[in-house]
Design a protein around this ligand. Sequence first.
Ligand code: SAM
Ligand code: F3S
Length: 482
Amino acid sequence: MAQKLYIKTFGCQMNEYDSARIEEVLGESHALATTADPACADVILVNTCSVREKAEEKLFSELGRWRRWKETRPDLVIGVGGCVASQEGAAIWERAPFVDIVFGPQTLHRLPALLDRVRATGERVIDVSFPEIEKFDCLPRPRAKGPTAFVSIMEGCSKYCSFCVVPYTRGEEFSRPFDDVITEVVGHAEQGVREITLLGQNVNAYRGAMHGGGVCDLAFLIRYVAAVDGIDRIRFTTSHPLEFSDRLVAAFAEVPELAGHLHLPVQSGSDRILTLMKRGYTAIEYKSKVRRLRAVRPDISLSSDFIVGFPGESDEDFARTMGLIEEVGFDASFSFLYSRRPGTPAASLPDEVPLAVKKERLARLQNRIAENARGISEAMVGQRTRILVEGPSRKHLSPLGAGPHHHPDQVFGRTENNRVVNLCARGLSMGGDLSGRDLIVPNFIGQFVDVVITEARSHTLLGVPVSERGNDEGLARPVAAA
Ligand code: SAM
Ligand code: F3S
């Protein structure tokens, strides 16, 4: 029977991307089959995040659970990878001596050799070096798992924001060559992928070497990706506002495949705090970039990261953040309490703000953005929008409060502004005139479909497909993308 691999992933989309590559690399080298149940795995890996202390603590509590299995099954191999491994290195063994492999974000392609060494010698191994681009050269061709895919285009970060460990754990910025990125995108398109998200910790710092000499920036790369047959929607994340260039604004104006959504982390609305964070822009500069973008894409949806309770954040500083939220009208946020990261410059700043005050501020900020997002969802009701159908609905629809409805023909897709729409294919008394007609909904998977939104729920929308001639026939056809 094939041996099994379980991977637990913490943190960002870069880590999700890396975990998918680990599955592929060990699937190819050791025929390891991925399992969702760690209890029956032969190899357990954890891909860690050290951006906040909490994520780090979660790693050690998870490891505690696996230690007991290792005691009864000494052949079980346990590995720790990602940013905590990179930062702590061999110190991981002080708290968890039973871990067999410690590997960094840039050495996951060496896992087959590391696994062989552990099995051959019974000794623990570590490799947390930064061999830069070698990782991508040694990975198998990515396997598509649906109509959407991530493509990592650059690694690391050289911005050194005063609060952040990423430049130390993932190394300085380096970009994958242009040809490699395009080859990966084409490979996905050939497997039916329709939407690509270009990934990097600081993705708009992308400067990929081109084969004829010269350098390609993100704006240029987007145009090439849009030209790949089959790729009809493009996203990119995460962007630093400092490098959100006019060339990117022009790409939003001229490339219809570029989704009308942008994640542009501002962190704070106070210039004093932004300076302490070493972000390199002021609130006005941030707003001016948003204004230029909205001039070419008036209905673009914007999301941001916020750090609440940065050392010394006063009521006035926080009020400025809330003011910026009012002005910009963010659609979503990833907002967290500041977490002190040893070794970063901000770790030594004095901080007298009580935790209770920080928590109350965070709750206010999150409530305000949730309210805004609700307003945007409600305004979408009755509107026609285009979704990319990704697969069967994860939760069955419950038509107008009638309890779970186990309908086999329900699928979900995502709008440009990143909302999940559950598609009520047969009408289901949701309005429209679709009742009872047969739609071959599974054909929609992997297709762009025009829908009318019928209801906004707390985290999702409901919709019905519309035919190209309106919603009069009860027939829906997948449509070509924009
Ligand atoms: N490149 C992005 C940018 O322009 O800001 C951010 C990537 S960073 C890994 C993701 C997010 O983690 C940041 O935007 C920040 O909000 C959050 N973060 C990083 N360090 C943090 C810390 N020490 N405490 C709380 N949140 C933190
Ligand atoms: Fe971190 Fe700032 Fe880079 S938040 S990932 S150092 S842009």
